[in-house]
Ligand binder design. Structure first.
Ligand SMILES: Cc1cc2nc3c(=O)[nH]c(=O)nc-3n(C[C@H](O)[C@H](O)[C@H](O)COP(=O)(O)O)c2cc1C
Length: 220
């Protein structure tokens, strides 16, 4: 039972714990392979967006900021997401190109955290991804001054209509302020729920990109 009437009750500890032991889940030596395995598993049970992740950045005053974005690519280089580079997150990353990312999949009771530096993707990579988006989403990227004040919903709809008219039947190219970032992790932590809150944590760290990963278990 939670202490606050505002927080919905969880199943009792006994029911929860009995169903919670998942056996050995740290099966890979390479953290990217491990992540890929967990993401694929989450994809089978999450109701939507298993690739949704919380992205934390810090502003000029050192105050953390946090929002969800979608993972669009992952390789040994890092995790790629796309956004408006003039948004709050874009400005924060320009000032301090470091971030943290957290995935939490409720259906499999697992969490993965990443920390590291952030670099822009190449124009060619951003163009290639932008071209895969639906036309209306590409027009939306032109119409939205993401994170800046919007006087009304109607003002956005006018912008969308204006951009749609501007492009007509022409190809909708990528706006110069819309692109991707890649978080290149130096730390990746895997967490899995275990009975009685005795969860398992495995952390991979490397001193710099390209160096060997070291692993360590942490107390829950
Ligand atoms: C599930 C989910 C996925 C999202 N994916 C993205 C995304 O990939 N890119 C993006 O710019 N915003 C995405 N958003 C919206 C962001 O959370 C956020 O509202 C927006 O990027 C502005 O953030 P900022 O003002 O901190 O820059 C997503 C929101 C949710 C809830």
């Amino acid at each position: 039972m939670s202490g606050s009437p505002l927080i919905p009750p969880s199943p009792s500890e006994e029911t929860y714990s009995a169903s919670a032991d998942q056996g050995e889940v740290f099966t890979k030596d390479d953290p990217f392979h491990q992540f890929a395995e967990w993401l694929a598993l989450a994809g089978k049970s999450e109701p939507n967006d298993p690739n949704a992740m919380a992205l934390a950045t810090v502003d000029a005053d050192g105050l953390p900021d946090l929002r969800m974005v979608l993972l669009k690519d992952i390789d040994a280089g890092g995790l790629t997401f796309y956004t408006n580079t003039e948004s709050a997150k874009g400005e924060q990353l320009a000032l301090n190109p470091k971030a943290a990312i957290c995935f939490h999949w409720k259906t499999i009771r697992r969490q993965v955290r990443f920390r590291g530096g952030v670099e822009p993707v190449s124009d060619a990579e951003a163009d290639a991804y932008f071209a895969t988006r639906a036309r209306s989403a590409r027009i939306g990227a032109w119409a939205s001054a993401q994170s800046r004040p919007l006087e009304s919903r109607f003002a956005l709809e006018k912008q969308i209509a204006a951009k749609a008219a501007h492009f007509g039947i022409k190809e909708v190219t990528r706006p110069p302020y819309w692109s991707g970032y890649r978080l290149v992790p130096t730390q990746i932590e895997f967490w899995v729920n275990r009975p009685f809150r005795l969860h398992d944590r495995l952390v991979f760290t490397r001193d710099r990109v390209g160096a060997q990963w070291k692993t360590e278990r942490l107390y829950p």
